[in-house]
Design a protein around this ligand. Structure first.
Ligand code: TA6
Length: 280
């Protein structure tokens, strides 16, 4: 593992072991690259993403926390979209090698600045195991004296060959369609035939997908939903940090806590996790 500094001064961990390679930015605890030996790179990253910390990275695995999408009215709708974990500098807490690869441990703790955005004391830990499999987890510890409620996501951008080759199984039979703001039914596997922004609220514990290169199983731990997003041509063209012609080569399949969220009592913790394993 080496610690590198980008041209704009941000710090990155570059990981290479017998099983895989990866890159993680300390800004946002943002996994930007993961490639298992002999496999295609798993994550999509925009070439026009900000690299200087002025905005969250576009691509990889943004950590949305402690809310998902816009904050609720009680927190304040003027607050940053998808929370503040992805726009803060995290602390490197540990690096260890094990039989399965490398384990990286990063931490974000409440400060005066975070309490202005969200009135809670917390410790948020991101652990990522880089091996032939990839496991990511975020653990929310309530270090305050009253309960907290959070929502969030491992907002993973997967690289795809093209839209036609994407097929996702295990999403469950229903979703909330953010585009039409309606509850809809899902019949069988999902194909990427149009722009979509969907919250699947009854997913199976294991979601399986093909990205046109490989078949991958995504095991979600303690998620209450899986979000699927592709902006399609027009919305992509309107996002300055999203390469306008590369929307057909990505899909977000996000391990999420949405809706009522999760309540964490004082002194307690909650872990949301995603494990990615190649089936073929
Ligand atoms: O997870 C889907 C979503 O919430 C979409 O609504 C879309 O806006 C996307 O995330 C990206 O959000 P961002 O704040 O990173 O531009």
């Amino acid at each position: 593992v080496t610690l590198a500094t980008g041209s704009a001064g941000l710090s990155y961990l570059l990981i290479k072991n017998d099983h895989a390679e990866a890159a993680i930015s300390l800004f946002g605890a943002h996994l930007m690259h993961y490639q298992a030996n002999g496999k295609h790179p798993l994550l999509w990253m925009s070439n026009t993403s900000a690299q200087d910390g002025s905005k969250p990275f576009r691509g990889g695995v943004p950590i949305c926390w402690p809310w998902f999408g816009p904050a609720s009215a009680d927190i304040g709708t003027d607050k940053p979209l998808h929370g503040f974990a992805r726009i803060n500098e995290w602390k490197l807490e540990g690096i260890s090698e094990n039989a399965d690869g490398t384990l990286i441990h990063l931490v974000l703790e409440s400060t005066e600045k975070t309490r202005e955005l969200w009135p809670h004391d917390f410790r948020l830990e991101f652990e990522v195991q880089v091996g032939a499999e990839l496991t990511m987890s975020i653990t929310t510890t309530n270090t305050g004296s009253s309960e907290l409620r959070y929502r969030g996501a491992l907002h993973t951008y997967f690289d795809t060959l093209n839209t036609e080759s994407v097929k996702i199984s295990g999403l469950g039979d229903r979703f909330y369609d953010k585009l039409t703001q309606s509850e809809r039914a899902q019949d069988g596997d999902l194909l990427l035939t149009e722009g979509m922004d969907r919250i699947y609220t009854a997913p199976a514990a294991a979601v399986t997908f093909t990205n046109g290169y490989e078949t991958v199983q995504l095991n979600n731990g303690n998620a209450n939903s899986v979000v699927v997003w592709n902006p399609w041509d027009k919305i992509a063209a309107n996002m300055p940090d999203f390469d306008s012609d590369r929307w057909p080569t990505m899909v977000c399949i996000e391990t999420a806590v949405t809706g009522e969220g999760v309540v964490v009592a004082a002194g307690e913790e909650h872990t949301l996790s995603a494990t990615l394993r190649y089936l073929a």
